[in-house]
Design a protein. Structure first.
Length: 266
């Protein structure tokens, strides 16, 4: 009986101490952290996210981005500073970087690169939109899935493209999320209908690479590559609100841009 009581008390003590050490104490420590005000700086770091950025974080979660991307630049003492050497951030991340994150999206693996500082590495909205619409348009070897459903392919109204329309060529927009190549019959028909116009556009765009006869297969291939890089004449790809929110969230990820005293490593 006495031994049973001792085992029971031992179990309670074991789980209680683990709960106190792994849950209560970290919560008490981190819950009291405040933004850091560096000397001479007018604003503290970090800042609360805007409404659009917060909404973009929800889109990030809903699309499972955290299952392939982490948001934690590791210490320079880990794997010889591999994360910093790759250019994924200027310093290691610390708890203060995440005080406004709800939830904290550290991620589960790194099938793709770490994104804790993606806004520092690439702040171009157009690049991020094109990459989300079709990652292969930026990297042939990318295994990232296309998020083309966050975009709309629609007819151009009154001959005017939307200022938010993607600038990708038809190679990436005819079949959203895939890479388009016309059949030989389609390409022959296109040459018959618009061959002269395409030659003129090519001559203006590439004056130092003149084309020969269109009956030459090599010249046809060069004109095909040029044609595929041109935007579609009748259609455009525009981001839906969720795509704009997600891109705003990605550009806001600058978790190593501000030096923090506790992030210093000797």
């Amino acid at each position: 009986m006495n031994r049973g009581l001792m085992i029971f008390l031992g179990c309670v003590l074991t789980f209680s101490s683990a709960w106190l050490g792994l849950v209560v104490l970290p919560y008490w420590q981190l819950n009291n952290e405040a933004p850091y005000q560096s000397p001479g700086s007018a604003t503290a770091y970090p800042q609360p996210p805007s409404a659009e950025v917060a909404a973009g974080g929800k889109v990030y979660q809903a699309n499972g981005c955290l299952y392939c991307h982490s948001q934690q630049v590791r210490s320079q003492h880990f794997a010889n500073g591999a994360d910093i050497a790759r250019g994924w951030g200027q310093r290691r991340n610390v708890s203060r970087d995440y005080i406004y994150d709800r939830p904290i999206l550290l991620g589960t693996m790194r099938t793709g690169p770490d994104l804790a500082a993606i806004g520092e590495r690439n702040a171009s909205p157009s690049w991020h939109h094109e990459h989300l619409f079709n990652p292969r348009s930026k990297s042939d070897w990318s295994i990232m899935p296309s998020f083309s459903y966050l975009y709309e392919r629609r007819k151009i109204e009154n001959g005017q493209r939307s200022p938010t329309a993607l600038t990708l060529g038809r190679e990436w927009t005819v079949l959203p999320g895939k890479r388009y190549r016309p059949t030989s019959e389609q390409w022959t028909a296109t040459l018959a209908a618009d061959g002269e116009k395409l030659q003129q556009l090519y001559a203006v765009a590439r004056p130092n690479q003149p084309l020969g006869s269109l009956t030459d297969p090599a010249h046809q291939d060069r004109l095909l590559t040029f044609w595929l890089a041109l935007p579609e004449e009748e259609y455009e790809i525009v981001p839906k609100p969720a795509a704009d929110q997600l891109v705003a969230y990605l550009i806001d990820l600058r978790k190593t841009s501000t030096p923090l005293p506790e992030a210093h490593e000797p």
